[in-house]
Design a protein around this ligand. Structure first.
Ligand code: PNS
Length: 168
């Protein structure tokens, strides 16, 4: 049985992430979506638990996809769960430098772990969680960017932070 881990900060999960998960679920026997903290991104909008719960909600129909979280290094999560394949989506060439660096670093510290890259479907290549947060923070709808199921969670989050939207 071949298991792959799809790691990310998922703050929040987008339709681009979902597309990668969906396609990976057809290639691998099992996909574990692992929510981690990205030390380069300070103060996530959603807590680890909120991000995990949103993913669980939107992935509920998949028999071979599960959601987990880890407070530490991705390679340690992989080792503890006997996983030796990581999958990451590549949206555009600018993703490549940092992704390659991360893949090579992870392989250096854990040679049994390999990273595979999946090309993002061009219709999702402009979508990022940070773009979603930016639009939503100004009260714009992010319909089409994220799964329908979590639209209200994003709106509610900004209402709870700002009591409305940034400019309103
Ligand atoms: O969705 P992101 O923010 O691009 O995901 C990046 C993530 C969370 C996969 C990466 O930052 C990560 O693996 N964090 C866990 C800590 C770790 O293993 N760091 C070493 C690789 S830089």
């Amino acid at each position: 049985m071949k298991t792959v881990v799809y790691p990310g900060s998922f703050d929040p999960v987008t339709n681009g992430h979902l597309d990668i998960i969906n396609r990976a679920s057809k290639i691998f026997d099992k996909v574990i979506v692992c929510v981690l903290n990205n030390s380069a991104k300070k103060s996530p909008l959603f807590s680890l638990d909120e991000r995990v719960n949103m993913l669980k909600d939107v992935l509920a129909d998949y028999d071979n996809v599960s959601v987990d979280s880890y407070n530490g290094l991705l390679v340690d999560f992989a080792r503890e769960n006997d996983i030796n394949v990581i999958i990451r989506g590549l949206r555009e060439v600018t993703d490549f430098d940092s992704e390659l660096q991360m893949a090579q670093g992870n392989h250096m510290v854990s040679p049994e772990v390999d990273t595979l890259f999946m090309a993002t479907d061009p219709k999702f290549s402009f979508i990022s969680s940070s773009m979603v947060r930016e639009f939503a923070s100004y009260g714009k709808s992010v319909e089409g960017f994220v799964p329908e199921l979590i639209l209200n969670k994003i709106e509610d989050k900004y209402k709870s932070i700002t009591g409305g939207c940034k400019n309103g």
